[in-house]
Design a protein around this ligand. Structure first.
Ligand code: AKG
Length: 286
């Protein structure tokens, strides 16, 4: 078992530490495709999205993108982004980490413009609960990610035997969120920055404590295409932060590897793209 430089030692590292970096998984030409597509999306050329700032052909790409943190569910309006979310290089590694059948339910295209806030400490399964702890994030670096421009931070090993932790109020200035995860028995001192070059891809476990800080650069974006996946076998009792009626299995998914064991249920079109707000309110507990 060896794919694009990822072997069984790397898979063991993932299970032990809760994250894995696949260096240079995408080449410069592929990364430029994502970067260009981000500009098209935020110019409104893939459809209007509530909150998009009006621009014209004379507006520079910098001025188009400088207004935004991220768009959620870009794969719903962009076939280019959909292709990268379901890219065989991503799905092959996911099937090494999760199993043969892998489905995707969510994507986010961060541009994280200069000055924009980060995401507070959290576990992704708090927001997107699976039945078998199989939630896996895939973070494709489209720009070099550095401490200064707000790279990902992780607490290695924090996913192991970890319950879903409560969240408490956050009053600081680094994050868009108004709450933050209780890290006990870990602390921020255990965190390491995940600085990666563009084209590298970070895979991380849905129970892993992770966060990102404000982009403190004056002119550098921190672009990343981030998507979430899980085992095809698990149901997905996800109400999309209270936007949907809670059902035992949310079926707005697509397979990126293998077969869908629940194919007979069909697929529903429930989610839609929206811009990530500057302040993210507390998730409604169900
Ligand atoms: O890219 C970021 O700033 C945060 C991404 C993240 O935390 C996530 O996808 O769960």
């Amino acid at each position: 078992m060896d794919y694009q430089g990822i072997n069984s030692d790397n898979v063991s590292f993932y299970h032990e530490n809760g994250y894995l970096i696949a260096e240079s998984l995408f080449d410069a030409n592929e990364i430029i495709e994502i970067k260009n597509e981000a500009v098209e999306i935020f110019r409104g050329n893939r459809g209007d999205i509530d909150g998009l700032v009006k621009t014209n052909e004379n507006t520079s790409d910098y001025n188009v993108l400088k207004n935004y943190i991220a768009i959620h569910f870009p794969h719903k309006i962009s076939t280019k982004i959909h292709d990268f979310v379901a890219h065989p290089k991503v799905s092959a590694i996911l099937s090494m980490l999760i199993g043969e059948n892998v489905k995707c339910m969510q994507s986010m295209l961060f541009v994280k413009a200069p000055g924009k806030p980060g995401q507070s400490w959290h576990q992704d399964e708090y927001y997107i609960p699976t039945r078998d702890r199989s939630l896996t994030g895939v973070w494709i670096a489209v720009d070099d990610a550095t401490i200064e421009n707000g790279c990902l931070w992780v607490i290695p090993g924090s996913h192991k035997n970890m319950p879903i932790k409560r969240r408490r109020a956050y009053y600081g200035n680094e994050y868009a969120d108004v709450d933050v995860c209780d890290l006990d028995p870990f602390s921020e001192r255990d965190a390491i920055p995940v600085e990666v070059k563009k084209g590298s891809v970070v895979f991380f476990n849905g129970y892993l404590f992770h966060s990102s800080l404000r982009n403190k650069t004056k002119e550098n974006f921190r672009t990343a295409l981030v998507s979430h996946y899980m085992s095809g076998e698990s149901l997905l009792p996800w109400d999309w932060d209270g936007r949907l009626e809670l059902k035992d299995d949310m079926r707005d998914i697509f397979m990126v590897s293998g077969k869908d064991p629940y194919e007979h249920k069909g697929i529903k079109n429930l989610t839609y793209p929206y811009l990530r707000p500057e302040i993210v309110e507390i998730k409604k507990e169900s």
